[in-house]
Design a protein around this ligand. Structure first.
Ligand SMILES: C[S@@+](CC[C@H](N)C(=O)[O-])C[C@H]1O[C@@H](n2cnc3c(N)ncnc32)[C@H](O)[C@@H]1O
Length: 311
């Protein structure tokens, strides 16, 4: 139940983030035993570069505590969508926090919202939708890959989120979303190779009172086709953007003060005094790094205007 509400102590069956460092975190299930490959029940021992953890020993421990490993220590944290995205089992490519924050903001996902998503994939984005729309909203998430849909459903149940989400095994490009969703969605989100084919179905599912649409595509050609499909159906406020993180590097630099007298000297003058600037000053500077983090995808947003006729 560790995703449902804040908890003070680890309960049996919780998903716990074992935090070794900012670049090394693991999601583990707080159960005392597991099955090995032969189907035998064995003690649940989790191996890390700092030695092993007997998982039974963390049940009942306070979240945030430091726990001993056989050759070091780690912290046990309650999971949230940000930590889950960094530790989840990858069944597909996933969407990460910088893009997700823009998606949640632009789609105005809030408690009570009805959100339709396809594909479910590894459920990275779904966990953020669920946190934002609880406790009165609902996520309807679709994937045409049977195993992925089943695994996502099991994961949501393990995380205590099953009453806020319905997982459908369905090809949304060919079959659309289910007809019970027609006109009910506050937001539709697509992460599909051919989003343009699902745009008419998103049109059907969206509410007429300003329903919001978003599609994530790694390639600009997919975005272009999606934008054409959106404008043909009368969506407005169509806008495509890319979220690029840019760090500002703050450093103290020593800079020579420009000596105007020195600049006035004839070039031929060789006196030592005129060769070196007289004064150096320290400045706090800010600059951008030489390398920017790579491209992830283009986000295309649109609104279904309230006065549009749905036939
Ligand atoms: C890149 S993954 C989605 C990842 C997800 N956004 C996340 O953050 O974990 C794309 C998913 O779309 C599914 N998919 C592709 N075409 C589909 C279709 N026509 N209908 C339903 N699902 C589809 C794939 O099976 C895959 O699981």
């Amino acid at each position: 139940m560790s995703f449902l509400k804040p908890q003070t102590h680890i309960e049996k069956g919780d998903i716990v983030i074992l935090y070794l460092s900012v670049n090394s975190m693991h999601a583990i299930e707080a159960v005392p035993t597991i099955l090995n490959k032969k189907g035998e029940t064995i003690p649940h021992i989790f191996q890390t570069p700092y030695g092993s953890l007997k998982v039974e020993s963390i049940i009942g421990v306070k979240y945030g505590s430091r726990v001993e490993l056989s050759k070091g220590w780690a912290h046990v944290l309650q999971p949230n969508p940000e930590l889950w995205t960094q530790t989840l089992p990858h069944r597909t490519q996933i969407i990460y926090t910088p893009d997700i924050s823009m998606i949640l903001h632009q789609l105005e996902v809030r408690p009570g919202a009805v959100v339709v998503e396809s594909g479910t994939g590894s459920g990275s984005l779904s966990h953020f939708f669920l946190r934002a729309l609880k406790p009165t909203g609902h996520l309807h998430t679709f994937d045409f890959h049977d195993l992925r849909a089943t695994q996502a459903r099991d994961e949501f149940r393990k995380h205590g989120l099953e009453s806020f989400v319905t997982v459908y095994h369905r090809d949304v490009c060919n079959l659309g979303f289910t007809s019970e969703l027609d006109g009910r969605a506050d937001a539709v989100f697509l992460d599909l190779p051919a989003p343009d084919l699902a745009v008419p179905h998103a049109f059907k599912a969206l509410k007429l009172s300003g329903g919001r649409f978003c599609s994530f595509s790694p390639c600009i050609e997919q975005s272009q086709r999606c934008i054409n499909a959106l404008s043909k159906l009368g969506f407005n406020e169509i806008c495509s953007m890319e979220v690029l993180q840019q760090e500002n590097v703050v450093k103290t630099r020593t800079v020579p003060v420009i000596d105007l007298e020195f600049l006035k000297q004839p070039k031929s003058s060789s006196s030592e005094a005129t060769k070196t600037p007289k004064e150096l000053k320290k400045y706090l500077t800010s600059s951008n790094p030489q390398v920017l983090p790579g491209h992830t995808g283009f986000l295309t947003f649109a609104t279904l205007p309230p006065n549009i006729a749905k036939t």
